[in-house]
Each structure stands twice: as structure tokens, then as C-alpha cells.
Design a protein around this ligand. Sequence first.
Ligand SMILES: Cc1cc2nc3c(=O)[nH]c(=O)nc-3n(C[C@H](O)[C@H](O)[C@H](O)COP(=O)(O)OP(=O)(O)OC[C@H]3O[C@@H](n4cnc5c(N)ncnc54)[C@H](O)[C@@H]3O)c2cc1C
Length: 297
Amino acid sequence: MKDPSLQQRFASRDPIFSIEFFPPKSDAAAEQLLETAGEMQAYAPDFASITYGAGGSTRSRTLKYARQLVADYDYTVMPHLTCVGHSREELISIVREFKDAGLRQIMALRGDPPKGETDFKPHPQGLHHANELVELIREHFDECAIGVGGYPEKHLEAPSFEADLLNLKRKVEAGAHFITTQLFFDNSRYFTFVEAARAIGIDVPILPGLMTAASLPQAQRFCEMGGSFLPPELADALKAAAHDTERGAEIGLEWSFQQARELLEKGAPGLHLYILNRTKPAASLMERLKSAGFYQS
Ligand SMILES: Cc1cc2nc3c(=O)[nH]c(=O)nc-3n(C[C@H](O)[C@H](O)[C@H](O)COP(=O)(O)OP(=O)(O)OC[C@H]3O[C@@H](n4cnc5c(N)ncnc54)[C@H](O)[C@@H]3O)c2cc1C
């Protein structure tokens, strides 16, 4: 389903469904992304986001695939944008490129330090934090819907959960329209985060980000990268299926189905799936959710 305004879509009572792609680096990977884009149309995502990596080539690749997803697959596309390595002027010109390409929603992020570096170092003429990027987008592209990242289990660099929440509030006060969360495997972390956010006046939708883990090493890698808790029940079940790929995939799917079901039942505004450019297991999850009465069209 396509909607002219993402804000209106968030305001409706039907749960949002969105998926996240990353720009491919090889022809084979590009083919996989496009095949997935075609197959996922069946589930009518409200929008597809496409990430923005560190380094110069990413700008053109993010924009290239964002354009293609719109032109060939009719997706509502939300390119991500990070402050890494860009001056303020460069960021303004990228925002203009997105605008000229007809993209009317942006995920505004600070970004991670480039590979091999541990601390984020802003460009000498650049921005320090995502709230500044939100302000800049608002200044130059006011009609744009802006998403920002949120961390139910605290951003890795933040001194405390409370300090991180106050920084999240800055992004909302700067004009962000919604928050998409880092992936998590324990729903209680999301519910606590939403409650704490509401208590300090963060009133925009908080879209939970989910990823289906197909193996223990994969789940561990993602939890380590994002600082997410890996529940022992999930870790043990995946470990027991270490030599059975199919069983591992089933365990991961069942876990994310139970997560998704509870999130939707308890009022989450929808689901954002980190699909890693693959149709499965996202399509299987959507099938199960539909059978359970969610996302009926
Ligand atoms: C939904 C989602 C999508 C993502 N997509 C991408 C992507 O496409 N490309 C990519 O490279 N990375 C991506 N990331 C990862 C993200 O770039 C990293 O987590 C990064 O380290 C922080 O980005 P941020 O926008 O949350 O930064 P910020 O909001 O700037 O926060 C970074 C840290 O600084 C603190 N902070 C924030 N504002 C202030 C302030 N004004 N003063 C002092 N401290 C402050 C925060 O508490 C936090 O610890 C994504 C993350 C999420 C959740």
C-alpha cells in the first residue's frame, strides 16, 4: 500500500509494516535485493528504508537503489542519511538530491565511526549528533517525514538509559516524526523504553525493529553490534539446533512471530523488519501474522 503521507499513515489505526534494505555492493547482491523487493510487494509494506553506510560510494548507491525501488517497484522509500564524513554543506546537497528524486521521508542518523575507528569524529564543518541533522532537514526540506533511531536497551555510547532518552527527546523536539528502534529480542525492553519515553514527553510513534535470527552466531553478532540482550531461552534453542539449519530457521521464526504478535496486541504502531535483503524469513513471518489475524488487507 502506498500513502502520500507517512505521517497520516502513522496516525491511522492500522499497524505499519516496513522493511529495511541495505545497498548492495556486487551485481549478485543487487539481483538479490531486487528479487526480494519484488517478492515483498505481496505484503504491501508501507515503506522500505535503505541504509547509508560509511564512505563515499554509499551516497550514490543509497540514492540509486532508492530511486529504483520507487520507479520499478512502486515502494515508498525512506533513504537513511548519516553525518559521517560529511560537511553541513554536503548534507544539505544530499538532502536536496533526495528531495529532487521525490523521496519525501528520511531516516536521520549520526552514524557509526568508520571501520577501524572507535570514536565518532564529526567532520570539521559537520554535525555532531542526529538532532542537528533533524534540524537541518527541517530547515531545507520541511515537508519531509523524518524518522530517527531509538535504543530500547540504551545506545552503546550513552552513559545511562536516562541520558540516552533525553538525547532522543532532543531529536523529537528538533522535528522528528517517528522513532524506529534498534532490534531487540526481549519485548519487555521495548515496553519499558516506550513507557519511559512517554513519561518524559516523547509522544511520537515508536516503531519496533525486529530481526529473525536463523542461528546462534547470527543472533550473537547482531546483539553485540547493537547492545541488545539475547534471552537465554532463544540462545539455548538456537544452540541446540546448531547442526540443523532448517530447525534453526524455524526457532528464529517462531521467536519473532511471538514477539510480533505480543507487540501488536499491546499497541505497538507496527513492525519494522530488518530483512537483510532476503525474502525469507520476513515473508514467512508475515504469512503467520496474517493467519493470526494481523495485517489483513
Ligand atoms: C533504525 C536505525 C537505523 C540505522 N541505520 C543506519 C544506517 O543506515 N547507517 C549507519 O551507519 N548506521 C545506522 N544505524 C546505526 C546508528 O548510526 C548508530 O547507532 C550510531 O552510533 C548512532 O546514531 P544515532 O542517529 O542514534 O545518533 P545520536 O542520536 O546522535 O546518538 C549517538 C550517541 O550520542 C548521544 N547523543 C545524542 N544527541 C546528543 C547531544 N545532542 N548531545 C550529547 N549527546 C548526544 C546519544 O545518547 C548516543 O549515545 C541505525 C540505527 C537505527 C536504530
